[in-house]
Write a protein that binds this ligand. Structure first.
Ligand SMILES: Nc1nc2c(ncn2[C@@H]2O[C@H](COP(=O)(O)OP(=O)(O)OP(=O)(O)O)[C@@H](O)[C@H]2O)c(=O)[nH]1
Ligand SMILES: [Mg+2]
Length: 442
């Protein structure tokens, strides 16, 4: 249990109709009593006339909730005040709370951090909660909720328990080993469990980083020669006039990003400078940035104006590249048809031809991230799972009689790596890193 009692604004930006202030810690009750209000019945919303302890006048007509430890979000005594959300109201309440002994403003994510330390949730749940708060699209919300409710924690814990069982089988073997009639293949059942684990963990890892990509957003770079119609396409898809369009080749120099929501998946659409050899130093920098951004995108739309020469853009193994013919309105309908025969798309921003088809294909691509919520959503979890997988592989190469202890040790290390995901192991090491990205008041 912490010594400090922390307080923070847990609701949004002021001014706002109702502002929620949370207080957690051993002296939380003083946070209410100092305003001349008796503690309400636990977990019952109760009207509270707060009195300003300095002027003795009414400070606010509020609502108070009291959650005594341990049945609270943080596991400590928690007071929740629903105040009228004016800046002056909050300033006064915070200044009074700040003078109370043992009280201080909460750090980012500190309420959730205390919930983890007090066993109210594990690290993976807390990461899910953080993602839920920052989810901007439906697919992100579903994935976050899945993790918050323990999808990853349950899988990891069941793997850990089975590994420990396998270790117990070996230890039983070791205990017997003094006796003459120990069967030689006592390691076989443990190795069977370990190899099952290995394939399950590897299957969870072979997900093309779906979870992380949904958290970060699916990036689509629009690339091509100058004047190919890249900025025009960005403006068309964004349905607003974001980038400057002109018939002067080399108009766009900076990388311009627009966020879209396609089938509940966050998509970042990126317009870049037209790629060509140039001696203009500013344009050269634009081309460099264009190439770099295209290289890191999940999908590249390579635009080629009808009749224009095609350009070559190297792609990365994780990337998909779609060649798209632009300005279809400038060519006759016969050749328009032939363009579509090979499956590549031709569009015209001027007439709108092909735009719906492109959006349909983009949505389909984005939907790959919106299906079953992924199990792994962060690099931290992935690293721990990879470590566990490597340890189990190494255990499986140590199954000869006499190697029992080495085998068991590798399994122990694998279980340790899994324990890191939920915070059963080394929780202190990762706490600050995880919770510093949370908002204050969460
Ligand atoms: N006829 C026709 N003109 C188009 C179409 N799309 C874009 N244009 C025109 O092509 C010219 C270049 O368009 P931009 O969108 O600025 O091209 P860009 O690829 O962004 O060019 P840079 O930024 O210079 O690399 C402008 O005059 C546009 O109006 C189209 O579908 N049909
Ligand atoms: Mg442009």
């Amino acid at each position: 249990m912490s010594e400090d009692t922390i307080f923070a604004l847990s609701s949004g930006r002021l001014p706002v109709a109702i502002a929620v202030v949370r207080v957690s810690g051993p002296n939380a009750r003083v946070g209410l009593e100092t305003f001349g209000v008796k503690l309400p019945q636990p977990r019952h919303a109760t009207r509270a006339q707060l009195i300003d302890p300095d002027s003795r006048e009414t400070l606010d007509d509020a609502l108070a909730l009291w959650f005594p430890a341990p049945r609270s979000e943080t596991g400590e005594d928690v007071l929740e005040l629903h105040l009228h959300g004016g800046r002056a109201v909050l300033a006064k309440v915070f200044s009074v709370l700040g003078t109370l002994s043992g009280f201080r403003p909460a750090e980012a994510g500190e309420f959730t951090k205390r919930a983890v330390l007090n066993g109210k949730m594990d690290l993976a749940n807390a990461e899910g909660l953080g993602d839920l708060v920052s989810a901007e699209t439906e697919a992100q919300r579903r994935q976050a909720m899945h993790q918050y409710q323990g999808a990853l924690s349950r899988r990891v814990e069941s793997w850990r328990e089975r590994l420990i069982e396998a270790m117990a089988l070996i230890e039983a073997n070791l205990d017997f080993s003094d006796e003459a009639d120990v069967p030689e293949n006592l390691m076989a059942p443990a190795a069977r469990v370990a190899s099952e684990m290995l394939s399950e963990i590897d299957a969870a890892l072979a997900d093309a980083r779906r979870g992380e990509r949904l958290r970060e957003g699916f990036s689509v770079a629009i690339a091509g020669a100058p004047n190919a119609g890249k900025s025009t396409l960005l403006n068309t898809l964004a349905e607003r006039d974001v980038a400057i369009v002109s018939d002067i080749p080399g108009t766009t120099r900076d990388v311009i990003e627009v966020a879209l929501d396609l089938s509940g998946v966050p998509v970042v659409l990126i317009d870049t400078a037209g790629i060509r050899d140039t001696s203009d130093p500013i344009e050269m920098e634009g081309v460099r940035r264009a190439m770099a951004r295209a290289e890191s995108a999940d999908l590249v739309l390579l635009l080629e104006p009808a009749g224009g020469a095609s350009i070559c853009l190297p792609t990365q193994p994780h990337q998909t590249l779609w060649r798209i013919k632009t300005k279809a309105d400038l060519i006759d309908s016969d050749s328009k048809q032939s363009l579509n025969q090979n499956g590549s798309l031709s569009i015209s921003a001027k007439t709108g031809a092909g735009i719906d088809e492109l959006l349909k294909r983009l949505s389909k691509e984005a939907e790959r991230f919106a299906g079953e919520p992924a199990l792994v959503t962060r690099e931290r979890q992935r690293v721990a799972l990879r470590e566990a997988s490597a340890r189990i592989s190494s255990a499986l190469s140590l199954t000869k009689p006499g190697q029992e202890e080495l085998f068991a040790e590798e399994l122990r290390l694998a279980a340790r790596s899994l324990g890191r995901i939920t915070g059963r192991v080394d929780v202190e090491d990762v706490l600050d890193k995880i919770f510093s990205s949370f908002c204050i008041g969460k």
